[in-house]
Design a binder for this molecule. Structure first.
Ligand code: SF4
Length: 449
């Protein structure tokens, strides 16, 4: 009998990707064959994001695209958009099942075993007191380089622009003991990097007697040749302990992704963020004093309510002075149910676009400057997969993308590379030491007699 085919499309954050892997495992355990999202399949699962109105529109677009390719497919929609806008998604012709935050990890209980298209069925509960965590998951099949490990979910903060607490519920975490079990499983599969993921990872363990620092210490006890990264951490939760540990550890990546959202105190107050620019700057300075070559990524939102031209200029100047590596720039969009929706001083769409462009340009300049500052150094690079140009690339601990000429055996290896020059936004490097000799040996031309 032919196996049923299932395909997946994931939108949004790393956590969604992590959760898709878990959902994929449920399908494979049930005997499904996973196919590419661009191929025809019997079941299509779309894991949506709701961070911006664009994300909601994208979710609808992906549902329609999937139905064009597989008009008879049984379509399942999960994720933040499904939790917040279930009716809207279910109203798209062809959608069969919409599952909320609590329900998605029990999807095999909800899916029609014969894939009969007699829906749409919506199963979306309240998330106010949600305790479900959902299993921690790993990486895409076929990728044995970097694995995301979900350690935390939900958020207890109440930023005025954010829908995540409404979509995912309050902050909750996996215990250290269970997290270590998952991590051992990941390492046994040969992964070389673990990325600790969550909505508000720094809040790990809140309400328990465990903390993110405790988890990081415990992760150092694990056997294996691997490094670890924190997907993102709020500035107020980046503690001195974590910074000190990063400075002393050869397992922690010297890279932090830190949401700032705005470099204007006026805007931060409107956003109800839990720090001001002085505190943010102090955290960055403390971090760079302890870990001078740390790669710092920063999230910013442009065009949120209250961001007058003066405040944007103030924010821009603040960012120019920060020695960061890159920005992730989001353009504010109105989200139903958020307090920001009703605030005065909304920003015109064209100003949002212009400000976004300015910050993306700043990000490019800063990234280039950071890459430039690393040239000449020899750093460990976790090489991933070969590309079509005969190169293989990967990231340093401080998040510089580096490419070297490909040779068999380099995949998924953490190897020392000298950083030589920048080409098309990627640092070109040279393998050094033993790794270089081995690579030279396997790429020697075969000379005929
Ligand atoms: S910290 Fe703020 S922006 Fe981040 S998930 Fe929580 S409420 Fe949303």
């Amino acid at each position: 009998m032919d196996m049923k085919r299932v395909s997946f499309h994931t939108m949004g954050c790393k956590l969604n990707y992590t959760e898709t892997v878990t959902l994929r495992q449920q399908f494979t355990d049930a005997g499904y064959n996973v196919v590419d999202f661009r191929d025809e399949s019997d079941v299509v699962l779309i894991n949506t994001c709701s961070v911006t109105s664009k994300a909601d529109a994208e979710a609808r677009k992906h549902v329609r695209q999937a139905l064009r390719r597989s008009p008879h497919a049984y379509v399942v929609v999960v994720g933040c958009s499904a939790q917040l806008r279930a009716e809207e998604l279910a109203s798209i012709e062809g959608v069969d099942l919409v599952l909320g935050t609590r329900e998605k990890f029990r999807l095999m209980e909800y899916i029609d075993a014969d894939l009969r298209k007699n829906g749409p069925h919506i199963h979306v509960g309240e998330v106010d007191d949600v305790e479900e965590f959902g299993p921690a998951a790993a990486a895409d099949p076929g990728d044995r380089t970097r694995s995301f490990l979900k350690v935390q979910d939900g958020c207890d903060y109440s930023c005025s622009f954010c829908t995540i607490p409404m979509a995912r519920g309050g902050s909750r975490s996996e215990s250290i003991e269970r997290t270590l079990e998952h991590a051992r499983g990941i390492l046994a599969q040969g992964f070389r990097e673990i990325v600790l993921s969550g909505v508000n990872v720094g809040d790990y363990g809140s309400g328990t007697d465990e903390s993110l620092y405790d988890l990081l210490i415990a992760m150092h006890e694990l056997d294996g040749d691997f490094r670890m990264r924190i997907s993102s951490i709020e500035p107020n939760l980046l503690t001195d302990d974590i910074i000190r540990l990063t400075a002393e550890s050869d397992r922690m990546c010297n890279h932090f992704h830190i949401p700032l959202q705005s470099g204007s105190d006026g805007v931060l107050r409107v956003m109800r963020r839990r720090y001001n620019t002085r505190r943010f700057r102090e955290r960055i300075d403390t971090l760079l004093d302890a870990v001078p070559d740390c790669g710092i990524g920063i999230d910013v939102i442009v065009g949120s309510p209250g961001e007058t031209e003066e405040r944007f200029e103030e924010a821009y100047r603040f960012l120019v002075d920060i020695p960061f590596e890159y920005l992730h720039v989001f353009t504010y969009s109105e989200r139903p149910g958020t307090d920001a929706l009703d605030l005065p001083e909304q920003v015109a769409p064209e100003d949002r676009t212009r400000r976004g462009r300015m910050l993306r340009t700043l990000s490019q300049k800063k990234r280039r400057a950071f890459y430039q500052s690393q040239l000449g150094r020899t750093l460990d690079v976790l090489l991933e997969k070969p590309d079509d140009d005969g190169m293989i690339s990967g990231f340093t601990g401080n998040y510089v993308r580096v490419a070297v000429p490909y040779a068999p055996g380099l995949d998924n290896q953490l190897l020392p590379v000298r950083l030589d020059r920048i080409e098309k936004g990627v640092v070109q490097g040279t393998l050094v030491g033993e790794a270089a000799e081995r690579a030279a040996y396997v790429t020697l031309p075969v000379v005929g007699r």
